[in-house]
Write a protein that binds this ligand. Structure first.
Ligand code: B16
Ligand code: MG
Length: 219
């Protein structure tokens, strides 16, 4: 394993608990189309782009839409999702995350965001985290969604750290696979059974000891 010199954070479900709002918004949209939508199916949408998510839901329900209706549904989902974020602020940063971010900054480890979301920048602004990131790569910047490694490769380039020296924090199966494909150290945040492809798994940032991160930096 290579020494860690740069860290890439996923956003939804890692820094803020917005994954639950994506779930609620997709479930409403699916149900309105007469399609069932379970939490297990939702795991398959985590880290996946908006377009790809709607394609998957329609395929599960065997529903097809015209291009116009498809785009309209995506807009409706996003409006509904954004309505949950109205009062989002720094108190919504998940427990333990700021402690790790601040430790990395104090130790001159560059940090980047690698998110599939097109709403990443406003979320980082609302939570007052935007100034802490040296680079942001989000759904507006990439052409191929996770599990393709493009988002993380691009983030590593922006912070000028070789891919093998990067660590990725991810809550999604697609994101863990993307980090692994990029040859980065993957740390899953969430359920061990779901994220079993990750190099290390923690149920939340609160479980991560600073000592553990220090060790990765001095290997
Ligand atoms: P948006 P992440 C991903 O963000 C979410 O996990 C996924 O559920 C969502 O569909 C995707 O962003 C696109 O988000 O609709 O806001 O552009 O986990 O990669 O930070
Ligand atoms: Mg995520």
């Amino acid at each position: 394993m290579s020494k860690i010199k740069g860290v890439i954070f996923d956003l939804d479900g890692v820094i803020v608990d917005t994954a639950k709002f994506h779930f609620l918004a997709w479930r409403k949209l699916a149900n309105d189309l007469g399609i069932d939508f379970t939490e297990t199916q939702n795991e398959e949408l985590k880290g996946v782009s908006r377009v790809r998510s709607l394609e998957k839901i329609l395929a599960w329900g065997n529903v097809s839409l015209s291009e116009e209706d498809f785009n309209e549904k995506m807009a409706v989902k996003n409006e509904n999702y954004l309505s949950f974020l109205t009062n989002l602020n720094s108190e919504d940063i998940l427990p333990g995350v700021s402690r790790v971010i601040d430790f990395l900054i104090e130790n001159n480890i560059p940090i980047a965001l690698g998110s599939a979301s097109k709403n990443a920048r406003p979320i980082l602004e609302k939570t007052a985290l935007i100034g802490k990131f040296q680079a942001i790569v989000d759904g507006n910047d990439v052409s191929i969604a996770k599990p393709d490694p493009e988002v993380f490769i691009s983030a590593a380039k922006k912070i000028e750290i070789p891919q093998e020296n990067c660590l990725v924090f991810e809550d999604s199966v697609a994101g863990v696979q993307a980090a692994n494909k990029a040859g980065m150290l993957s740390i899953g945040i969430g359920d061990k059974a779901v994220l079993h492809e990750a190099d290390h798994i923690f149920s939340s940032f609160e479980e991560i000891e600073i000592e553990f991160i220090k060790k990765l930096m001095i290997l």
